[in-house]
Design a protein around this ligand. Structure first.
Ligand code: ACO
Length: 320
């Protein structure tokens, strides 16, 4: 019997960077408002690239890092709330462009918890010796109304991911917990399409809508609980966890979670200042950056914790 391990990580951010002052020029907001409430200074935005294009760049890097052939892949899972299309899935587009002919490919939708959901799923799906790409990719700017300052300033575009291989002789995925609070579904929504009664042509479509206060309260209560319960499942003390890689939604949420867990803030790396909220991509991008900068290292134990639309939470304790 073998166990899943993370072989390598990668990320990709589109070239255009838009800072808070540039947003202030087109809407009634300010760098001061955005930074003090969220920790965001700037975000990357896709111009002529769609979600699969960003994810494909990550997939290519992962294969190059691990010197694998696309045909070696058994599974491709993409977590996204901004797919190119309802069908084909973003993962199928990538599978085709890579020529990963032996890989089953599909998307999952769990918003900002999506990357953790996808990792947990892939771990459980892989048979001994199999390999998978697990990607989080978003072009959230497609879902933004640039006339709505309450959401437009929060989000960014990007992609990240990991290559998993089920070939380890000891467990690396130590424990997980996925939770969904469908009774709170209306607190955060985007891309809702209405039914189209025969023979109508009109289609209603909604941009991001969020009850920011409700999501804030949800995150600052449910995320610490999810982390504590996941660590307890694995029999690991919080103090023994080297880093907590939280979904990058708001720097204040991250500070509050650290406080509730009574853990030092320097164990909670952030990149929201540079990237904004990239939903399912955020923890994947952060993981790649932390590995590249030596902020987390092979052999360390890290907690990935996502939260967002659904509403959902997902925590995963991983030994790198
Ligand atoms: N610039 C200036 N003023 C603004 C802006 C803006 N961009 N946006 C809103 N305001 C105004 C409001 O109109 C309001 O004005 P009023 O008092 O005159 O009515 C005032 O600022 C306060 O607005 P609130 O919405 O109450 O601001 P709050 O302090 O709650 O901060 C925020 C808003 C940052 C969104 C916060 O609630 C938050 O971070 N919530 C969590 C969001 C989150 O984590 N989402 C993650 C999930 S995303 C996902 O899953 C895809």
């Amino acid at each position: 019997m073998s166990f899943t391990r993370i072989v390598t990580a990668a990320s990709y951010l589109p070239a255009l960077v838009v800072d808070n002052d540039q947003l202030s020029a087109i809407m009634d907001t300010s760098d001061e408002w955005i930074y003090t409430r969220t920790g965001i200074k700037r975000r990357h935005l896709a111009t002529d690239q769609n979600t699969s294009d960003l994810a494909l760049e990550v997939a290519k890097k992962l294969l190059a890092n691990s010197q694998l052939d696309p045909a070696d892949l058994d599974l491709i899972v993409v977590a996204t709330m901004s797919p190119d299309a309802a069908t084909p899935s973003t993962a199928a587009i990538i599978q085709g462009k890579l020529g990963a002919k032996n890989a089953a490919a599909f998307d999952i939708s769990a918003a900002c918890s999506g990357f953790v959901y996808a990792l947990d799923l892939a771990d459980k799906m892989l048979a001994d010796g199999q390999k998978s790409l697990v990607l989080g990719a978003e072009v959230l700017s497609k879902l933004l109304d640039w006339g709505d300052r309450s959401t437009a300033v929060l989000f960014g575009d990007g992609a990240g991911g990991v290559l998993l291989s089920k070939d380890a002789d000891q467990p690396h995925f130590l424990a997980s917990q996925l939770k969904t609070y469908g009774d709170k579904a209306d607190e955060l929504s985007a891309g809702i399409t209405s039914p189209r009664p025969f023979p109508g042509q009109q289609h209603d479509y909604s941009y991001f809508q969020m009850n920011g206060r409700a999501v804030y309260t949800f995150a600052t209560h449910q995320v610490p609980q999810s982390i504590v319960e996941t660590a307890r499942k694995a029999g690991v003390e919080l103090g023994a966890i080297d880093a907590f890689l939280l979904h990058q939604a708001n720097a204040r949420i991250i500070k509050q979670v650290a406080k509730r867990l009574d853990q030092p803030l320097d164990k909670f790396p952030v990149n929201i200042t540079e990237c904004g909220n990239t939903s399912a991509a955020s923890e994947a991008i952060l993981l790649d950056e932390c590995l590249a900068k030596g902020m987390v290292k092979k052999g360390q134990t890290i907690m990935l914790a996502g939260f967002g639309g659904g509403l959902t939470t997902g925590s995963l304790l991983v030994k790198l």
